[in-house]
Design a protein around this ligand. Sequence first.
Ligand SMILES: *Cc1c(COP(=O)(O)O)cnc(C)c1O
Length: 385
Amino acid sequence: MRFSTQAIHAGQPPDPSTGAIMTPVYLSSTFVQQAPGQHKGYDYGRTANPTRSALEANIAALEDGAYGLAFASGLAAESAVLQSLSSGDHVVCGQDLYGGTYRLMTKVFARFGIEVSFVDATSLDAVRAALRPNTKIIWLETPSNPLLTVCDIAAIAQLAHERAQGIKLVVDNTFASPYLQQPLRLGADIVVHSTTKYLGGHSDVIGGALVVKDEALYQALKFLQNAVGAVPGPLDCFLVLRGIKTLAVRMRQHCENALQLARHLAAHPEVRQVAYPGLTSSPHHALASRQMRAYGGMISLELQGGVERNLRFTTQTRLFALAESLGGVESLIGLPTLMTHASIPAEQRQQAGLPDAMVRLSVGLEDIEDLTEDLDRAITASRQG
Ligand SMILES: *Cc1c(COP(=O)(O)O)cnc(C)c1O
């Protein structure tokens, strides 16, 4: 089956007992056993739940993986990966990344003896130079958040796997979604998702997921999912499953709207810079064209006039709502250094090349004329304080 067909059907045959075409929401914490340890695949709701199983099978199919694991949030999914490490292990991580991931690594797992180095993952040499004998994971976001840089998944996978120490490549595929990019096909070992974003797609649920191909890796992560217990509820799983059914059509429109807006903004005299891998002027365009089906729905930009003006801009839009998060049907605007990335210290942000004035757009599915007019009006309105 092809992508859109899988999005609608994978893991979700009609309910055998009733014929219900939608996966039932199994609000049951426990399941009756025929004899101790003998059951129909479900014993206790933390270990497994049928609605969750449907979601896990579905996401695994979309990522061209063999196994999916659903979590209560993107950060819970990330935590399970990091919990597979031991004190003294080392992670090499792309330096432009979601603030919550940075915080999780530096404020939580660092206390348990996990070492992290942040590098410019667009440079293969920088990634190679950061590897140590105790490196166990290379962690990438591509396109990255919020600078929308693109790194070469296949080349970094090769780098990871040529070392004898068994380095795993983890790719956070939240920004691209499996419709635009399938990291496991390019050699990644683990795909991470915040299903809160494009997979859910309607800003109504918090969730996370992991997808792998390797059976032993799956068993290790499944053990952690059950032993630590950061699992999503059945209703949350249902909401993500329902969102995924329209993932392909939504992504096509997100990408089309974002490309048009990025071109419009890049030609605007009051716009200082636009980061969007779909622009032919982007240094990441060639690699993105090789690695991705299209360029996504996220744009970062900076207006002329510094932080003050860009701050005003974020409060002058009417359609673009000032809010954290991304990937929903409605357009959002935010200032990463004060919002999604506030947990990254200023010094680290500067090293990663994240300007304080950078504005991030999550381009929704509204009519492109309305989105363009909204930004144009807000650019004009933000001229004066
Ligand atoms: C939002 C986000 C996360 C964290 O996911 P939650 O569902 O908010 O826990 C991780 N990575 C990226 C790229 C994100 O955008």
